[in-house]
Design a protein around this ligand. Structure first.
Ligand SMILES: Cc1cc2nc3c(=O)[nH]c(=O)nc-3n(C[C@H](O)[C@H](O)[C@H](O)COP(=O)(O)OP(=O)(O)OC[C@H]3O[C@@H](n4cnc5c(N)ncnc54)[C@H](O)[C@@H]3O)c2cc1C
Length: 602
């Protein structure tokens, strides 16, 4: 018999980032009783790290912008594997969601005439990112958290969910423990929203926080939901590479949006050498035009540094591999050069990019107003995730919803910067709305005590084990994923990775931790590790299945895009006997109206 503390709510939201809080606010406003669970403290979820801004076609900085252009940009960025209905809803609803955030107290940077200022970002045709300096995530979280608390959310901080609870086919709650004391808790709910973020900690070099161990994806997979687009892991082109202690830390795309340029060790702006045909007509072919674009010239085209992240990351990798990299194995990102163009450049840089200035000054001893930064690719974002319905965000499993980075669909093969924060608002809101509706139509489900006892026993097993420390296995897994299923992939290496992951599975089952349950980080890691292993396997299997290069997936053995792979998403799920099943899910035909928009914007 499991020993646990019981809580009962109408809607349970797992995750207190932008998506979770927005879902909780919406559900609460619909008049149902809502709980939010977070592994960290309220206000500390990964969203707080977001820098550059929220993409929304407000058309404040360039009146040519509209939802139609945003839709076309998002689809092009995702290489047309996006769920087009999600891309449409996102482009249409993001402006209202940003205005709503402003009405709740978010203080965005302003245009001279007092409207929300928007900045340039990779893959967006017009300046589109509403921002607060380079601390936009902090403002989003602060605003949503204040608003949510006033609505009366029950918040459970420093709790980890280890399994979803089911009644037949339906999800009826979650089971987990509090990290402080290690006591078990049952959260019964009529509807559950997963908003647990991404999987970046499966890789050695990452911009992601410690929370990103793929828990939500693993929970959903175990509960029977499909995971989609798992092969598409985004490597952001500009992470810090030096000193080693901060390797992977993000350098926002806002640096390039505000005029920063990429150079190799010869001082050459190498991005002009490789402009993909899909973007050729939209990209500047000389430095002068690129500069004018960053300064708001409506007749100029964007500089090639603002091409999509997958492409820029691969170009940087090529420079390094061909011996033209910087001393620590990256390239140079230079914003200091704008002193040749504008007066008071150092003050301008500090005002536009305050966090970047402090980050480099304090962590690397570099003054970015005077010297270039050294940067290289870092694992940043998971386009794949739990498969959801576009309108409601419900997964394949009744009662289970997903939103934000843990859900898949909107971004297809590659996400545009800024489209995550707007994703959190648009689809967090929808998930909260539909979860509340579902809760109103259903009663609490039945809980099987034997299943809870089994879950508790499983969670406590690391204390009985005598195998390796979980950290050792986690580190080895991160190395494997970085080296064999990273930015450039090929079949033999991925097969080797799958084989090694099988070994890690066995080791993880025997991973042992000393001590007791109170704030035992070894124990937490042992449990997180199981999720990391599940998502790593799914990424590898999906990447093997997609025998082409598209968006974030680049295969050395299949370097071209293939028409054969253009029409479906790859979905993995758990088979009846516990085996991994993989299917090709055809993308439904796009309505003519949307096709026409894409055609017009080409
Ligand atoms: C440095 C950086 C800068 C970025 N800048 C931008 C930007 O400018 N614009 C943009 O659009 N995107 C940006 N992104 C991406 C964006 O920040 C994320 O995709 C987004 O914040 C994810 O939000 P989320 O609500 O889905 O998840 P998160 O904010 O990560 O929240 C996840 C929540 O789930 C909880 N959780 C996880 N597992 C469990 C569990 N087992 N039990 C209980 N709780 C759990 C966590 O504790 C946390 O509360 C950036 C990312 C990084 C790393």
């Amino acid at each position: 018999m499991a020993e646990y503390i019981k809580h009962e709510h109408d809607v349970l939201v797992i995750g207190a980032g932008g998506a979770g809080l927005r879902a909780a606010v919406e559900a609460s406003a619909a008049g149902v009783k809502v709980a939010v669970i977070t592994k960290s403290l309220l206000g500390k979820a990964h969203t707080v790290m977001a820098e550059g801004g929220i993409a929304a076609a407000l058309a404040n900085t360039d009146d040519r912008d509209s939802w139609r252009v945003h839709f076309a940009d998002t689809m092009r960025g995702g290489q047309y594997l996006n769920n087009w209905r999600m891309a449409e809803l996102h482009a249409k609803e993001a402006p209202e969601c940003v205005r709503e955030l402003e009405a709740w107290g978010a203080l965005f940077d302003r245009t001279p005439d007092g409207r929300i200022l928007q900045r340039n970002f990779g893959g967006h045709r017009y300046p589109r990112l509403a921002h607060v300096g380079d601390r936009t995530g902090l403002e989003m979280i602060r605003t949503l958290q204040d608003h949510g608390i006033h609505l009366g959310l029950d918040v459970f901080m420093e709790y980890t969910v280890v399994t979803l609870v089911k009644d037949g086919n339906r999800v009826v709650g979650a089971f987990g423990y509090d990290r402080e004391r290690g006591r078990f808790h049952l959260f019964q709910a009529k509807a559950v929203v997963l908003a647990t973020g991404g999987i970046g900690r499966a890789y050695k070099i990452t911009s992601n926080s410690w929370e990103y161990t793929g828990d939500g994806l693993a929970l959903a997979y175990e509960a029977g939901a499909g995971l989609q687009d798992m092969e598409f892991v985004q490597f952001h082109p500009t992470g810090m590479i030096w000193p080693p202690s901060v390797c992977g830390l993000l350098v926002t795309e806002g640096v390039r949006g505000d005029g920063g340029v990429l150079r190799n060790k010869e001082g050459r702006r190498f991005m002009f050498d490789s402009i993909p045909p899909l973007y050729a007509t939209q990209t500047a072919d000389n430095e002068e035009e690129g500069w004018r674009y960053t300064q708001g010239d409506k007749n100029a085209r964007r500089p090639p540094e603002l091409l999509t992240r997958d492409h820029v990351a691969r170009c940087i990798r090529t420079e390094v591999r061909e011996g033209r990299g910087s001393p620590h194995g990256g390239v140079f990102l230079d914003i200091a050069w704008i002193k040749d163009r504008i007066p008071n450049a150092p003050e301008h840089i500090k005002k536009k990019l305050p966090s970047m200035y402090h980050q480099f000054m304090q962590l690397a001893g570099i003054d970015i107003t005077k010297e270039p930064m050294e940067v290289g690719p870092t694992t940043h974002y998971m386009m794949g995730g739990v498969r959801v319905d576009a309108e409601s965000q419900m997964t394949d499993v009744p009662g289970l919803f997903a939103a934000g980075e843990s859900a898949a669909g909107l971004h297809g093969a590659n996400r545009l910067g800024g489209n995550s924060l707007s994703d959190l608002l648009v689809f967090g809101k929808r998930a909260g709305d539909y979860a509340a509706r579902f809760a109103k139509e259903h009663t609490q489900g039945k809980v099987n005590p034997d299943e809870l006892a089994a879950a508790e026993m499983h969670a406590l097993k690391p204390f009985e084990n005598h195998g390796p420390a979980p950290y050792i296995i986690q580190y080895a897994l991160q190395e494997t994923m970085q080296d064999l299923v990273g930015i450039v992939r090929q079949e033999d290496e991925m097969l080797q990775a799958l084989h090694t992951i099988e070994e890690y599975k066995k080791q993880a089952e025997n991973a042992g931790v000393p001590g007791h349950r109170e704030y035992n980080s070894g124990w937490h890691t042992a449990l997180d590790l199981q999720n990391l292993i599940i998502v790593s396997e799914m990424v590898t299997r999906a990447a093997l299945e997609r025998k082409e290069s598209r968006g974030a997936q680049f295969r050395d053995d299949y370097p071209a895009k293939s028409d054969e792979y253009a029409g479906f998403n790859i979905v993995v799920s758990k088979g009846a006997s516990g085996e991994v099943t993989l299917r090709r899910e055809p993308i439904p035909p796009m309505p003519d109206e949307l096709k026409q928009i894409i055609q017009e914007m080409k």
